[in-house]
Design a protein around this ligand. Structure first.
Ligand code: HEM
Length: 371
């Protein structure tokens, strides 16, 4: 049976796609600036769509009770893809900057009070990644980020429905990855196994002792002859604080005493363990996971930063169409909207290889002794 050959424009739905850049009127009535504005937003929303698909798939891998080694490879590829997608969106802001303030003001009133603040896919990405609600920056009068998506009289919309579905779709990527990290064998012992808590305590104590020595060592390097007494005191205090912070972090003292604190302490130790003994064969994929999670969050923060700088260039520090403080609001999100804090903090504690505490049970991790 013969069928008509597939055509490029049909497969890609080009007729429909190219007919979507008209905003609220006919495309021929719009300036090139406005069509650019609409098109870049649409392309970015398509990148957001791809990010959501990848994040979901990666989350599903980590949500499994046991994650096979080969699955970690595809999870890393997904995370890497998300990082690149965020970079792409960030790069598009340069196109927005080809528009002068006056060019933009010529059509800005048409979209007001709409705003990127109403991008449900942005909120879905945050929710799926696991951004805590307490981190959110209030926009002002709206109250909650969900309210901004409601219809007239607070009625549900396509956006609120999508967001609500996403809020129910658990676990978040962060929770799934944390659960996986929690199972990491530390000094050859998995949680729940006989001697696991002791092995963890030994690792943390040995690490902190080495960390203290390294702080003293680096502090000594900083004490050159030209320093004033106040400079010396400042440097000494700074290193003392690093030690206190390192211990408080590894013991999860920021959480109330109890099972949650113990769980967080193990997760943080696992991150430190993976990063410290990264050359061990069994840790080859886990260390790639840690690396790409950091790359992903870095890319998303740079995207937020880049957006803020573009906005400052195009509209200065005026109030946003969504009613926020504009650039000030965006800069706050770029500082606060982090999900994987522990992954970053571990970098402050990491030691050079020669200073690491000796590894127990190296054979468990696939390291074969020479000879
Ligand atoms: C001339 C171009 C642009 C200007 C002047 C601009 C301005 C703003 C401002 C002032 C806000 C803060 C909320 C408000 O009060 O409105 C905002 C939010 C946002 N914009 Fe833009 N924007 C531009 C282009 C873009 C583009 C191309 C994207 C790509 C999708 C985008 C995505 C977003 C998102 C996702 C938010 C919400 C951020 C958050 O709440 O975390 N914007 N924008």
């Amino acid at each position: 049976m013969s069928h008509s050959p597939t055509r490029y424009w049909e497969y890609l739905r080009l007729q429909q796609l190219l007919g979507l850049q008209h905003g609220l009127s006919e495309e021929r009535e719009l300036s090139n600036d406005e069509v650019l504005f609409i098109t870049v937003h649409q392309i970015d929303e398509l990148w957001f769509k791809l990010i959501l698909r990848e994040l979901e798939e990666v989350r599903d891998v980590f949500a499994r009770p046991h994650v096979p080694e080969q699955e970690l490879g595809s999870a890393v590829r997904g995370l890497r893809r998300v990082a690149i997608l965020f970079q792409q969106v960030g790069n598009h802001f340069a196109l927005m900057e080809t528009m002068t303030t006056r060019d933009y003001l010529a059509f800005r009133d048409k979209l007001s009070p709409a705003s990127g603040f109403q991008s449900v896919q942005m909120r879905e990405m945050e929710v799926l990644m696991g951004l805590e609600s307490s981190r959110r920056v209030a926009l002002g009068y709206e109250g909650s980020y969900r309210d901004a998506l409601k219809g007239p009289g607070g009625s549900p919309t396509w956006s609120t429905k999508r967001l609500d579905r996403r809020l129910e779709d658990l676990p978040t990527l962060k929770d799934a990855i944390d659960e996986w990290l929690h199972r990491t064998p530390i000094m050859g012992k998995r949680p729940g196994e006989a001697g696991a808590d002791e092995a963890l305590a030994r690792f943390a104590a040995a690490y902190l002792a080495q960390h203290g020595r390294e702080c003293d060592r680096t502090a000594a390097f900083s004490m050159h002859d030209g320093l004033h007494e106040e400079d010396r005191t400042r440097i000494t205090e700074r290193y003392a604080k690093e030690r206190v912070n390192a211990a408080a972090f590894l013991r999860a003292e920021d959480l109330e005493e109890g099972p949650e604190r113990a769980r967080r302490a193990r997760i943080r130790a696992a991150l430190l363990f993976i990063e410290s003994y990264r050359e061990l064969p069994l840790l080859a994929w886990p260390r790639e996971v840690v690396e790409t999670v950091v790359a992903l969050e870095q890319a998303s923060l740079i995207f937020r930063q880049r957006h803020a700088r573009m906005v400052e260039r195009v509209i200065g520090r005026r109030t946003g169409t969504g009613g926020s403080a504009g650039v000030d609001y965006l800069d706050k999100t770029a500082l606060r909207y982090r999900v994987f804090d522990d992954f970053w903090t571990v970098r402050t504690l990491l030691l050079r290889e020669a200073a690491l505490p000796p590894l127990e049970d190296a054979a468990f991790y696939g390291l074969v002794a020479d000879g």
